[in-house]
Design a binder for this molecule. Structure first.
Ligand SMILES: C[S@@+](CC[C@H](N)C(=O)[O-])C[C@H]1O[C@@H](n2cnc3c(N)ncnc32)[C@H](O)[C@@H]1O
Length: 294
C-alpha cells in the first residue's frame, strides 16, 4: 500500500516537476531556470532571509527533494559542498543541467527521503523545502535527516501549515465551495473568471469531481488535489505542535511561519502592503519551517 503510494508520488512529480508551471520557456533551458528563480524569490522572498545561503560556505549541505534546483544553485553559488537528492530522475536531470550551465559542482542523485543512501553523521545542514509532507512516512524521513546530520548539525524543513489562511479559509472553505460549481459544464470557466485559477487544472478537477464527488470532497483528498496541482496523490498539513512532535529526537527545535500568497485572498489580496503581508504571514502563513539541531 505504502509502496504503491510512493510509486504514485514518484510518477506525479516525474510528470510535473515542481514549479515548472511558473515559467513559459522551454523546460530545462537557461531562460527557463532564470524565470523560475525570479518567480520563486519574488513570491517567496523569505527563503533567502531564512536560509542565509552564505552561512553554508564550505559546509556539507544535503537537500532532500531538490525539485528544479533553485535553492540548490544558491547553496552551490555560495560555496557549500552541496548534495541534492530527489525521488524523481527528472528533477536530478534538470538540476544537473542547471549546475552545468553555471559550471558548478554538486553531488546529485535519485534517492528516497525515507531511506537516505548516506552514512550517519555526514552533513552540517539537512535542508528540505516543501517535500516531506508528500512522502508517505514523514516521521521516518525526519528521523533519517537526524541520522545523517553531524552532531550539532542543523535541519531546516518546511512543511505545509495547518493553521494557515490557505488551508483553513482558501482550500477548505473557498475552494470547496468553488468545487461544487464544477458539477456544471460552465463551472471551470466561471471559477477561472472569478479566481484566475488555471482553467485546465479546473477541468482536470471537474473530471475527478464527476468520477467520485464524495472522495474528492473528503478533507485529505481535497487537500492533496488543491496544493500542487490536480492528480497530486499526497499532501499533508501540520500544526506547529504536530510538527515539533515529529522532531522529538532533535536536541532543539523551533518553528517559524512564512508565506501568504496574495493571490489566495480574493479582491483585496493584491493591495496588501509588504509590511502587513509579512505580519499576517508570520501567524497565518502556509509555510511552516522547523529549524532543529541534532
Ligand atoms: C513541491 S516539490 C518541492 C521541490 C523543491 N524543494 C522546492 O521547494 O521547489 C516536491 C519535491 O519532492 C520530491 N519528493 C517527494 N517525495 C520524495 C521522497 N520520498 N524522497 C525524495 N524526494 C521526494 C518530489 O519529487 C518533488 O521534486
Amino acid at each position: 500500500m505504502t509502496e504503491d503510494l510512493k510509486t504514485r508520488v514518484h510518477d506525479f512529480w516525474q510528470a510535473n516537476p515542481c514549479g515548472a508551471k511558473f515559467a513559459e520557456m522551454q523546460i530545462g533551458s537557461r531562460e527557463f531556470f532564470e524565470a523560475v528563480e525570479k518567480h520563486r524569490y519574488q513570491t517567496e522572498w523569505h527563503i533567502p532571509e531564512v536560509v542565509q545561503f552564505n552561512r553554508w560556505r564550505d559546509k556539507a549541505v544535503l537537500e532532500i527533494g531538490c525539485g528544479l534546483g533553485t535553492d540548490a544553485i544558491n547553496f552551490a553559488r555560495a560555496g557549500a559542498h552541496y548534495t541534492g537528492v530527489d525521488l524523481t530522475e527528472r528533477s536530478i536531470e534538470l538540476v544537473q543541467r542547471r549546475f552545468d550551465f553555471e559550471n558548478l559542482k554538486g553531488e546529485l542523485r535519485t534517492a528516497d527521503a525515507e531511506n537516505l543512501p548516506f552514512a550517519d553523521n555526514t552533513f552540517d545542514l539537512v535542508y528540505s523545502h516543501g517535500v516531506l509532507h508528500h512522502t508517505p512516512d514523514t516521521e521516518r524521513a525526519i528521523n533519517e535527516a537526524h541520522r545523517v546530520l553531524k552532531p550539532n548539525g542543523q535541519a531546516m524543513v518546511m512543511l505545509y501549515h495547518k493553521n494557515s489562511y490557505n488551508y483553513r479559509v482558501n482550500i477548505m472553505m473557498l475552494r470547496r465551495m468553488g468545487a461544487r460549481l464544477l458539477a456544471f459544464n460552465w463551472g471551470p470557466a466561471f471559477v477561472h473568471g472569478i479566481t484566475g485559477e488555471d482553467e485546465n487544472r479546473l477541468r482536470q478537477l471537474q473530471e475527478i469531481y464527476r468520477s467520485d464527488k464524495s472522495k474528492l470532497l473528503s478533507r485529505a483528498e481535497f487537500l492533496s488535489q488543491n496544493t500542487d496541482g490536480a492528480g497530486n496523490p499526497l499532501a499533508r498539513v501540520y500544526s506547529r505542535k504536530e510538527a515539533l512532535q515529529m522532531f522529538s529526537r532533535y536536541r532543539e527545535a523551533h518553528t517559524q511561519v512564512h508565506f501568504l500568497n496574495k493571490r489566495w485572498i480574493p479582491l483585496i489580496g493584491r493591495l496588501l502592503p509588504r509590511a502587513l503581508e509579512k505580519t499576517l504571514a508570520q501567524r497565518l502563513g502556509w509555510h511552516l519551517w522547523i529549524i532543529a539541531k541534532k
